[in-house]
Design a protein. Structure first.
Length: 173
């Protein structure tokens, strides 16, 4: 349960860090923007695989190592500015889609929530990717939609973890 509370706190930190970066962009606020996102991924991914799929330590290390390797390969293969910098989020997007589909095909109770999360992240990435090109027609751009959709995504993933944890506690009693 501590991990889940930490995930909620980090989700709040993502909003604060991102706001700081957008209001005062500098070398320190970019860290306030990026570090909470990385912490959320690095805490929620293993937690999800443990709580939902029942992975133990060795399996968690393996899946997380493969995920990090995939990120590394993507970063070496594609230019960082590809898709307006959205390529950085590609591995997380793909993993989210795979998780949602796996849960769907195994008829897991969280499949709907995770498929919606995959769709929300897809839309978020689309708005982030086209933002720079649309600014000439839409002066405020679409970047704010990226942030709104990501807030929804954080809610969906965190609430899925909370539901799974509640289910686990109910089964113990």
């Amino acid at each position: 349960m501590i991990i889940l509370m930490l995930a909620i706190g980090i989700g709040i930190g993502i909003g604060i860090g991102s706001s700081l970066w957008h209001f005062m962009p500098n070398q320190f606020t970019v860290l306030a923007d990026v570090i909470p996102i990385l912490l959320f991924i690095n805490i929620c991914l293993p937690s999800f695989f443990h709580r939902v799929f029942g992975f133990k330590a060795q399996g968690l290390i393996l899946i997380f190592s493969l995920f990090l390797l995939f990120i590394f390969i993507v970063s070496l293969t594609f230019p960082a500015n590809l898709l307006n910098g959205s390529i950085f989020y590609g591995p997380g997007w793909l993993l989210l889609i795979i998780i949602g589909l796996y849960l769907y095909f195994t008829n897991h109770a969280l499949h709907g929530r995770m498929l919606v999360a995959g769709g929300v992240f897809t839309a978020a990435l689309l708005f982030r990717t086209v933002d720079r090109d649309l600014c000439q027609w839409i002066p405020i751009g679409t970047h704010f939609i990226w942030h709104l959709l990501n807030a929804w995504l954080l809610y969906l993933v965190t609430s899925a973890l909370l539901r799974q944890e509640a289910k686990r506690h109910l089964l113990k009693t």
